[in-house]
Design a protein around this ligand. Structure first.
Ligand code: PBG
Length: 322
């Protein structure tokens, strides 16, 4: 076996899996204000950005040849109905209008995350019905608002809408609402198999979206269930999903592989905030070689079968790929 490992040229010739900047998507966290660039303490190098700063960030992403951006928003105000998620002048809607007005950013696919958790006062991904100490995340009333949010984001210019809430029936409701609003050309990238994961911790700081009570286990998936993940994907495809996103990535590579073997839709994986944070923590301690560990982590996700990767390393990785 070692004959083909002897030189870099030989190794390059027989390499089976490749990374490219065009298959990397960089998440951006938009916040109100001007000139705001606030680093997230658990995610070195990742910032909350006001729209003017986000445009600059996007320009450097386009220069690096990234495939696209995934947009999240931190609204000025939160309420029980998640108004900021579906309002025509919501923070991501405003951001999309600014980003889509720049021809220099045409090479980036603008993907809008669709969820309520950044916009609800309680931080859950849906509408909460309370009965004393008991509470429930309502499915259908949440789906109605999510569909409204998807339309409003598409109308603001999103190239793709990406529901991450894990309510049942949201893809069908969004497809119907988008079509009715003349957004029949907007594809849906469904976070079909999203597990209730401890690895979202740093994101909740970045997006200010930690649930104020309880957890997300009544809507996000149990990490033990691979077969159920396939049923989630089946349903989303039947409801009209155009693309599928798996999340988290590294702790669920087997699930990505299984999905790749079963489905022919474009398949992405999200290397989430905690995956990024744990690698960064090890880099800061000098315990891992940053460049090699970063590239190996991304390669593992590609090798498992993801066509594209949402990652906070997108810019760094694109620099390495040159
Ligand atoms: C919104 C959403 C979350 C992430 C993406 N969309 C947080 C959550 O479900 O709690 C996590 C992304 C990351 O950790 O990087 N529902």
């Amino acid at each position: 076996m070692r004959r083909l490992r002897r030189t870099p040229a030989l190794r390059s010739l027989v390499r089976e899996t490749h990374l490219e900047p065009g298959a990397l998507i960089y998440p951006l966290f938009l916040c109100p204000g001007e000139g705001v660039r606030k680093e997230i303490s658990s995610m070195p190098g990742v910032f909350n950005l006001s729209i003017d700063e986000a445009v600059k960030e996007a320009e450097s992403c386009a220069e690096l040849g990234l495939g696209g951006l995934l947009l999240f928003g931190l609204p000025a105000e939160k309420d029980e109905q998640a108004t900021g998620a579906w309002a025509a002048d919501g923070i991501v809607q405003q951001g999309l209008r600014a980003l889509k007005s720049k021809r220099s950013l045409d090479s980036l696919v603008m993907i809008a995350d669709v969820c309520l958790c950044e916009y609800t006062s309680h931080g859950h991904c849906g509408i909460v019905a309370r009965d004393g100490e008991q509470y429930e995340i309502e499915n259908d009333s949440s789906v109605a608002l999510l569909a409204k949010a998807a339309v409003s984001l598409a109308q603001a210019g999103a190239d793709i809408v990406a529901p991450s809430d894990m309510m049942d029936g949201r893809v069908e409701a969004m497809r119907t609402a988008l079509d009715a609003a003349s957004c029949q050309n907007t594809p849906i990238l469904s976070y079909a198999a999203k597990f209730a994961s401890a690895f979202y911790g740093p994101f909740r700081e970045a997006a200010d979206s930690a649930p104020q009570f309880g957890d997300r286990r009544s809507y996000q998936m149990d990490g033990a269930n691979l077969r159920e993940a396939m049923r989630e994907i089946d349903q989303d495809i039947a409801e009209g999903a155009d693309m599928i996103l798996m999340k988290p990535a590294m702790p669920y590579l087997d699930v990505i592989r299984e999905a790749r073997e079963r489905y022919d839709l474009p398949l992405g994986a999200y290397q989430v905030s905690g995956e990024y944070a744990m690698l960064q923590a090890a880099f800061a301690k000098g315990w891992l070689e940053p460049e090699r560990a970063m590239m190996e982590s991304l390669l593992s996700i590609r090798r498992a079968g993801a066509d594209f990767i949402v990652t906070y390393f997108a810019k760094e990785a694109a620099r390495v790929l040159g």
